[in-house]
Design a protein around this ligand. Sequence first.
Ligand code: ATP
Ligand code: MG
Length: 276
Amino acid sequence: MSIDTQVKAPEPNTSESLVLEGRGLTMRFGGLVAVESVDITLKRGEVLAIIGPNGAGKTTLLNLITGIYTPTEGDVFLEGQRLNGIPAHKIAEAGIARTFQTSRLFGSLSVLDNVIIGMHTRTKCGVLTALLLPGRANAEMRRAAERAGELLKRVSPDLYERRNQLASSLPQADRRRLEIARALATEPKVVLLDEPSSGMDDRDTDALIADIRRLQQENPTLSFIIIEHDMRLVAALPHRVMVLDYGRKIGDDRFEVVRQLPRVQEAYLGRKASHA
Ligand SMILES: Nc1ncnc2c1ncn2[C@@H]1O[C@H](COP(=O)(O)OP(=O)(O)OP(=O)(O)O)[C@@H](O)[C@H]1O
Ligand SMILES: [Mg+2]
């Protein structure tokens, strides 16, 4: 499959309010400043990529947005609501879903069950209901299984065909896709993907690009932040690319612009920066 780098989803509507915003985000671990005074914005329907060398602070920035860490300084807002201090599971409920750099699937559960687990933020039934009113809990589980099946079909018809297999039996590329399906099961406003193409060959990466484009076309208000090292994906997919280096933001623009930065040339495009 050849990927046309010129075809992007329509530009997000700039007159709309930001769905996500981080202002002056700083994260210190003892003496180490992993993220330093970073501003980040995301519009509804926008796809933002974050690139930068190993240790640049990309994952830490996602951890600040998802409430895994509380920023040492700065604020995070989802649709204008300040998220600082709100626990990670509440932030997920509020509409921010993510995948992790290393796979966090339940290998001994089926593909479908992994998606159902992603839905728990949207199912009303708690443990008490399950114990006291098993009929109601069963009906809810059946509905969740149906919805999970529909979602899997949308993300990957091929994965849907293998819904009863153990997640541990899937090849790496399909595990990554299943993680995206699980993130989408929370019905998020914003999806954060941490290196979704890691462990994929070019063919799998092209399929991933096509999957994300299709999801975006089906749901034009869904916004993505994608941490990536693969320039194939970064050139093809995002509207905007943010560059982190030693915790600082050194670029935030279209790929055609940030690719000219000496640090980007050096780190990703195999050219030595003249003043590095
Ligand atoms: N919990 C932590 N405690 C101490 N230091 C940390 C912690 N998490 C991250 N760091 C440090 O913060 C810096 C940024 O790490 P981070 O994982 O955010 O980088 P990254 O850009 O995601 O890198 P990679 O491309 O390798 O995934 C690194 O120096 C890392 O060692
Ligand atoms: Mg990382």
